[in-house]
Design a protein around this ligand. Structure first.
Ligand code: FAD
Length: 407
């Protein structure tokens, strides 16, 4: 017989006032904005990735200290006349700075021209100071400097959402892939669409859509409507070639007159590339990031890079031959388009399955579902900034404004 005192002590699931799923721009901005509004409740921030950033992260390497690759957004633009308040706060602390590079465009005849309107290069242009990771890192610094408990859980996939209704209202238990409870929260905010979208089923073989299941249980018409809208948001993928060049071959790339090269529609058709970025490294090397065109990505939807988050964090199985073919195609296109060499480059594929959401997005009237104690932020909210960092920031500020009185 097992004596009660010999049983392992079950550690109680931590309880917090607010759980935020996702430490991309919007999740981090929400934490910062809540603190700036003087709300000091406890926050748990849960993120699958190794650190904050999401689609605005900077990739580092344990084997290569000097390597830093902005493998998602390389910059961001603010078009609104009144920028999100957080932009000013970040800039004042030197965490972001005006984009200092040059943007040019290229047509199918390899003619260079001025920047074209691609939605990402008008308005005021910004970048993280020293890397795009300073944006989310800076937002978390802003949140922390105001005080209040902010617990960050990286490397944690929230797989199941378990709502519970009591006399006090709805509360949420978040569980990981093993079904273990990670945290209980009075309020929940989802800053990404994964838990509300059928792609979890399609790509990772999940048996259900977690938020749909929760909405059915809670029978809250507003939450059901929000979930249905989130589930119907299509997204454009992006297959990115990341090439790290040794000093010798980096010289020619570093001498280019542009830092970001936008491909015109005809150039995209010819080379299958949408945008190319050159990112110099401190030791004389450089990284070239070639982002695929929407058509190229659509033709290779089933290919995951072995380094993509789908493969590394969510268990999707990469297919090495298909990955090598996609890498070769992007590499050839990049060499042909620029006429420059990639000799000695280390290349890898970064496949973003849902890089850019496609209109119309989530109706902002559903950003907060008070009856179910849940809210939504992120670049998938309809409105100015949709599909961009500006939208991720402004959606977080707008949510914080309506959330504080509820908390
Ligand atoms: C290649 C590329 C280039 C881009 N270029 C630009 C640009 O030039 N300018 C611009 O403004 N924007 C650009 N964007 C878009 C920009 O990156 C996004 O608009 C912005 O980063 C979105 O932030 P977010 O917080 O809404 O979402 P995300 O960054 O997607 O954050 C959501 C986070 O939630 C996490 N998460 C999701 N589900 C779970 C779960 N169940 N458990 C735990 N964690 C979870 C994810 O890992 C992620 O970190 C680009 C995007 C890509 C991919």
């Amino acid at each position: 017989m097992v004596m009660p005192w010999s049983l392992p002590l079950a550690s109680p699931t931590p309880r917090v006032d607010l759980a935020i799923v996702g430490a991309g721009v919007s999740g981090c901005a929400l934490a910062a904005s809540l603190r700036q509004r003087g709300w000091w409740g406890s926050i748990d921030l849960l993120e699958i990735g190794r650190g904050p950033g999401g689609r605005a992260a900077t990739r580092t390497s344990r084997q290569d200290d000097g390597l830093r690759i902005n493998h998602g957004a390389p910059l961001f633009n603010i078009r609104a006349q009144t920028p999100p308040a957080l932009v000013k706060a970040l800039a004042q602390r030197g965490l972001i700075r005006p984009f200092s590079g040059s943007i040019q465009s290229l047509d199918a005849q390899r003619r260079l021209g001025p920047a074209i309107a691609d939605g990402f290069s008008d308005g005021s242009l910004w970048q993280g100071a020293g890397g795009m990771d300073r944006l989310c890192g800076g937002l978390l610094d802003l949140a922390a400097e105001q005080g209040g408990a902010l617990n960050r859980r990286f490397g944690t996939l929230v797989r199941h959402l378990r709502p519970e209704r009591s006399k006090a209202g709805v509360s949420w238990t978040l569980q990981d892939a093993s079904g273990a409870s990670v945290v209980e929260a009075r309020w929940l905010v989802l800053s990404g669409t994964l838990l509300a979208h059928p792609r979890g089923r399609q790509v990772f073989g999940w048996t259900e859509i977690p938020l749909e299941q929760a909405a059915q249980q809670l029978a809250d018409p507003q939450l059901s409507a929000a979930q249905a809208q989130l589930a119907s948001i299509d997204a454009q993928a992006s297959c990115n070639l990341l090439a790290t060049l040794p000093q010798e071959s980096a010289q020619a790339w570093r001498a280019l007159h542009w830092d970001l090269l936008q491909c015109s529609p005809t150039a995209q058709e010819r080379w299958g590339l949408r945008r190319i970025g050159v990112q110099p490294l401190a030791d004389g090397r450089c990284v070239v990031v070639a982002e695929s065109s929407p058509a190229f990505s659509a033709a290779h939807l089933d290919v995951y890079g072995s380094r993509s988050s789908a493969a590394q964090l969510l268990g999707a199985t990469p297919e090495p031959t298909a990955e090598a073919q996609v890498l070769d195609a992007l590499r050839e296109a990049l060499i042909d388009l620029t006429g420059l060499s990639l000799t000695g480059a280390q290349t890898q594929l970064m496949r973003w399955g849902a890089a850019f959401p496609i209109d119309p997005g989530l109706d902002p009237n559903h950003r907060l579902c008070p009856a179910s104690a849940i809210g939504f932020c992120g670049d998938s909210l309809a409105g100015d900034g949709f599909g961009r960092i500006e939208g991720a920031l402004s959606s977080a500020e707008a949510l914080a404004e309506v959330l504080v009185p509820q908390l």
